[in-house]
Design a protein around this ligand. Structure first.
Ligand code: IPE
Ligand code: IPE
Ligand code: MG
Length: 250
């Protein structure tokens, strides 16, 4: 299929800088096999490993993975426990590997509800890998975009209140990204969602204003390097207009 020389070159030249992924379908993957949902989450880690490796190989600069949403706390406690256990395992087993691979890890989302040992693991991984210059891997954990936007608004208000001035709209627009957890990193160019669901589920609402969307029917644990490559190649054929007109329309 796509892994020929020409398509590799197309990808190298036109790969999206920032790819965000809603990794969905772990539960259905397990159900199809008569296994508990936790088995799907466990297998999902293999797809994470494959995707991180593939992103670096294809020259993607930023990869954001949605691993746990603010709304996922409403799942059964046993499932949440298992997800946190897997997260611990992943951070412990992968941190040194990231460092060896020149990957810089960042975690976005609210850390207040996370167990202290998980916060420590995150901080250690971020500190160890902060100067790495290869792929930036962003894990969205206990992340919700509406909450992030509200926090940004609140933080901007406090900043200006402390100064005793009212900012104008243009100024707010300029400083707004600094108050988001994604800071000054580029917005996602491509958003992939697996498992056939076609919604954004409170993920990067501000940042995805002009992202290209790619929906795959593959369940996340089955997602391969080829599936990722297919999404990237599809992206290279998109025409991004950002509200303007293309040359042929003028
Ligand atoms: C994605 O898979 C993982 C998380 C949301 C943590 P799901 O657990 O949502 O799997 P489905 O959607 O039930 O198949
Ligand atoms: C979105 O998937 C969150 C993650 C992939 C972490 P969900 O499975 O939670 O989303 P909904 O509930 O189907 O919208
Ligand atoms: Mg789901």
């Amino acid at each position: 299929m796509v892994s020929d020389f020409a398509s590799m070159n197309t990808l190298k030249e036109n790969a999206p800088r920032h790819v965000a992924v809603i990794m969905d379908g772990n539960g259905r993957w397990a159900k199809k096999r008569g296994l508990p949902r936790s088995a799907g989450h466990k297998q999902g880690i293999e797809a994470v490993r494959r995707t991180v490796k593939a992103a670096a190989e294809f020259g993607v600069e930023y990869l954001t993975l949605f691993s746990f949403s603010s709304e996922n706390w409403s799942r059964p406690e046993s499932e949440i426990k298992e997800l946190m256990r897997l997260l611990r395992y992943y951070l412990k087993s992968e941190t040194a590997e990231f460092h060896r691979g020149n990957v810089s890890l960042k975690v976005i989302g609210n850390r207040e509800q996370l167990d202290d040992d998980i916060v420590k693991l995150i901080e250690n991984a971020e500190t160890l890998t902060k100067d790495n210059t290869g792929l930036t891997l962003i894990i969205a954990l206990n992340y919700g975009a509406r909450q992030e936007i509200l926090q940004a608004v609140s933080s901007i208000c406090s900043t200006y209140l402390a100064k005793g001035v009212v900012p104008d709209e243009l100024e707010v627009e300029t400083v707004f990204p600094d108050h988001l957890s994604t800071g000054r990193m580029p917005d996602p160019d491509l958003l992939i969602r697996t498992s056939g669901e076609k919604r954004i589920s409170n993920f990067l609402l501000w940042q995805c204003a002009y992202a290209e969307f790619f929906f795959s029917d593959v369940l996340w644990p089955d997602f391969t390097k080829r599936d990722f490559e297919e999404a990237l190649l599809d992206y290279t054929n998109r025409e991004r207009r950002f509200g303007s007109l293309s040359e042929s329309q003028r």
